[in-house]
Design a protein around this ligand. Structure first.
Ligand SMILES: Nc1ncnc2c1ncn2[C@@H]1O[C@H](COP(=O)(O)OP(=O)(O)OP(=O)(O)O)[C@@H](O)[C@H]1O
Ligand SMILES: [Mg+2]
Length: 585
């Protein structure tokens, strides 16, 4: 019920145009209602008296009705088609805007392919309803009711006789709806599954090929495709079970009418003209009966689609800016974690994290893979909400802050680089699209990216393919660093972002960053001791908690996890050097 209400809500902005279309349809219906009366007059009054003077105007009237019907139908079709396209445009725009606001949690849960199938297939279902279904429902309903009213005046006995099958019909339609709805839900779901499989397979085609898994991938696709076929066939079967039944029930109306009509005429309760007119109305009654399955089908399909779309529209209340959200007096880059706990769903991955990063400090976060380093940095920009404790940036809990200013002060270099299918220039100035060339080049220089960009055929204008194809891992990382540096962030987060860059280049980048980001707070997540040893604070994480903290010196003196990491990396170095010695000797 709620879904239907919201569907109607979508059409509200176009209510006048829809009303216009319905009015035109009313004219069509009225013309259908009048036609049998003219036929009755021809049979009863004109034919017995061979009254040519009246025959011509009556036939002319019939012709005029047909013409009017054609014009109205044309206008109505045009109007509703326009409305449906507009509603779909609004829906798509609204959803896309909403998608931009949806939190990380949403994208953890829903795959691209699924979202794509909603944005295309489901929206089309709604469009069909508005362009065709709506008027069909209106038309058939009014035809049915209108014909019944006219029949009552012509011969109430015949009207009652014709209604005998109505309860069976209504019951059948109800049963049909109950069976077809879950079938449609399954189809829509499977559509999403198939779409997801296709987009993921295409995006990961290089991996598929590298592991020679094409046959397997094809088989999986085939399986899902076959399942979709089966589900579609099942819906068709349900549907085809009902069509003959509806056909039969509506077809019964004719013999019923003829028998009852004949009897009434025998007993002089009715004239032949009336029977002819009744015959005209019977079509208006049987056609809606015949269409019922069709209509239920279309409406159910659209409602199923709408349910899914509205679910998307309703998602995302989780991370929303409070109405009374504030901005810190000044963004200086102070970050405080105060007994923070965090869980992805039910799995807690951060436990009781507390630390303070003063403006200008460099904080290094180390720890084994999966320890929670990336997660920790995501809480600063409030991409997820903590489940306990609080995260404060410049003294204000991030949950009380305006999101856009907060995030625009944090320069993220995420662990996985994503580049848009656009020029390097646009990719670098993504966070500040109005930045001029000098600023872009400066950012690229800090990130040590100028050298490889200048070597590109089109320099900064080189378009990097989908997902930054055509760049090496280290080049991508440096582009991402330039992107973060360009926004001149108060807080810079480098999540393992020099892992693919050689140590020498990394050193230069760090020196340059120090210069341009003097006084800003920097978070460095890294595995190499060389990357972190100059940090003001090193946090060593283990299983979602901070196991050790301090400067390089302090941690060495502790002889704990950090000390062990240094030993391991040092031993590696020694091993290599040792091998070199033996190789040389
Ligand atoms: N979006 C997510 N949904 C559910 N669990 C997640 C999600 N992202 C990470 N996790 C889990 O949270 C834990 C911490 O992950 P996180 O990415 O923070 O680790 P990390 O320290 O950055 O590791 P790495 O060094 O490999 O990058 C892991 O156990 C991981 O499986
Ligand atoms: Mg990580």
């Amino acid at each position: 019920m709620d879904t239907t209400k919201r569907l109607v809500g979508l059409m509200k902005p176009y209510k006048w145009r829809i009303a216009m279309a319905m009015l035109l349809q009313l004219v069509v219906i009225a013309s259908r209602m009048i036609a049998p009366l003219i036929q009755k007059s021809i049979v009863n009054d004109v034919i017995p008296h061979q009254d040519l003077d009246r025959l011509l105007p009556l036939c002319g009237g019939l012709m005029a009705l047909v013409l009017m019907r054609a014009v109205c139908t044309y206008r109505r079709g045009l109007t509703l088609e326009k409305v449906s396209q507009n509603v779909v445009y609004d829906l798509r725009t609204g959803l896309y805007r909403h998608m931009q606001e949806l939190p990380y949690q949403f994208y953890d849960k829903h795959r691209i392919g699924e979202i794509m199938s909603r944005m295309t297939g489901d929206i089309e279902g709604i469009r069909n309803l508005i362009a065709g279904g709506l008027v069909s429902v209106f038309d058939n309903l009014l035809n049915f009711v209108g014909a019944l009213i006219f029949l009552t005046f012509l011969s109430w006995q015949l009207m009652l006789a014709l209604l005998i099958s109505a309860p069976i019909l209504a019951y059948t339609a109800w049963q049909f709806r109950k069976r077809i709805h879950p079938a449609f839900v399954n189809i829509r779901e499977q559509n999403a599954v198939l779409n997801t499989r296709t987009t993921e397979n295409l995006a990961g085609m290089r991996v598929v090929k590298a592991f020679a898994r094409e046959p397997y991938e094809f088989e999986q696709f085939e399986k899902d495709n076959r399942k979709l076929l089966k589900l579609n066939l099942k819906a068709t079967w349900i549907w085809s079970d009902f069509v003959p039944l509806m056909e039969l029930l509506s077809g019964l109306c004719y013999p019923v009418m003829l028998i009852a009509g004949a009897v009434l005429i025998f007993y002089n309760k009715m004239d032949i003209g009336t029977l002819v007119a009744v015959n005209g109305y019977v079509w208006l009654i049987t056609n809606p009966m015949r269409q019922l399955a069709n209509l239920v089908n279309m409406v159910t399909n659209a409602v199923t689609s709408a349910e899914k779309l509205f679910y998307y529209a309703d998602f995302g209340a989780a991370i929303k800016e409070k109405p009374q959200a504030v901005e810190p007096k000044e963004f200086k880059g102070k970050v405080e974690f105060d007994h923070v706990n965090f869980a992805y769903g039910d799995t807690e991955v951060l436990h009781d994290i507390s630390f303070t990063a003063e403006p200008g400090q460099t904080i290094a976060v180390m720890g084994a893979t999966g320890a929670g380093k990336s997660t920790l940095t995501l809480l600063m920009g409030r991409f997820y909400d903590v489940s306990g404790g609080s995260v404060r940036v410049d003294g204000v809990d991030v949950r009380d802050q305006k999101l856009a200013p907060l995030r625009s002060h944090i320069g993220y270099v995420p662990q996985e680089t994503f580049l848009f299918s656009d020029s390097l220039f646009e990719n670098i100035r993504f966070g500040r699209p109005d930045a001029d060339a000098a600023r872009v080049e400066n950012a690229a220089d800090v990130a040590q990216a100028t050298e490889f960009i200048d070597a590109m055929p089109d320099g900064y204008e080189t378009v990097v393919g989908e997902r930054g194809m055509g760049l090496s891992g280290g080049q991508k990382q440096r582009t991402a660093i330039a992107r973060a540096v360009l926004i001149d962030p108060t807080i810079l987060v480098m999540d393992d972002s020099t892992s693919a860059v050689d140590m020498e280049t990394e050193y230069v980048i760090q020196q340059k960053l120090k210069k341009v980001l003097a006084g800003r707070t920097t978070f460095i997540i890294a595995h190499r001791i060389s990357s972190v040893k100059n940090a003001d604070q090193i946090l060593v994480m283990k299983d979602g908690a901070i196991a050790e903290r301090g400067t390089h010196k302090e941690l060495l003196a502790k002889k704990g996890i950090y000390y062990q990491m240094v030993q391991d990396q040092y031993r590696d170095l020694k091993n290599v050097q040792g091998q070199e010695v033996t190789a040389n000797g």
